[in-house]
Design a protein around this ligand. Sequence first.
Ligand SMILES: [Cu+2]
Length: 319
Amino acid sequence: MLGRECWLRSETENYSHQSPGNTAGDNRQIKIKSGSVETNVHATGYISSSFNVDGNLKYGHKVAENTIGNIHTHFINFKVDLDVLGVENVFQTKDMKFMNVSLPWMPERYAMVPQLVEAQLKTEKEAALRYDTKTPRYLHIASNRTNRWGHQRSYRLQVVSFTGDSLPETEPEEKSMSWARYKVAITKHKDSEQTSSSLYSQNNMWTPAVDFSKYIEDDESIENQDLVAWVTTGFLHIPHAEDIPNTVTVGNGGGVILRPHNYFDEDPSIHSPDGVYISPGSEGNCENNKMACLAEDACSPVIEPFTYNGFEGTMKFEE
Ligand SMILES: [Cu+2]
């Protein structure tokens, strides 16, 4: 089956940073027909740089004559307002733990067997997963309705991120990006909590227009509520020679993938109209399996050899 996707791409200018950094971002949203949606942001544009003076190399690498690329961080916060089969949802986590189990066919021998660990986090404070803590590997917005196999229908938030420390909370400026304290935070949807930050926060970082941590302070119940997930991604940028002339996009980004997880009864893309089913014995059938007929089916069209006779006869210059 063809892995067809829908890509939406846009460019932003000068997204907000903890320290001045690159001046452009490449935003992508990819819709995949298995029901997944991936959204990510990559940095590009000119690096954060400064004039190289003696002793400056502890702040970055030299990338050109008299120029160093200053180390800085990129933090990106996504608001994921997801409703799974209606607005009444719960926040579920899944992971595994090893259990020492006696082998049924050899009871005196033991083996470490991975077992499923599931939990439901019930309040906003519980569900504010701090960046410096170990968090479960699977995070889900789930419905209490079940699929054909009896499991809660959910969408998984799979976070792609290489963020590390943000500013310490003791720094007064940190309040303006307090969303970076959490890898993921789940809040009850409120019309007054539209965004995790504000354009105006950069004008007054000490008493910012929006302080995200306040959304969590009231510690409301997130059980069977309309939920919003706030996802922090990003990376540490140590500019290097290959960031000249422009920041490399590859690997310099962060994003989140929303994946159906027991939401369906099977992979829905199997019902795509362009799906092809090849039954045993029909491997050589050219109609369904084009790969079987590559010898007959040329990949590129046959085109007349290219000839060029200059501009003679096509352009006339009058004296
Ligand atoms: Cu950067």
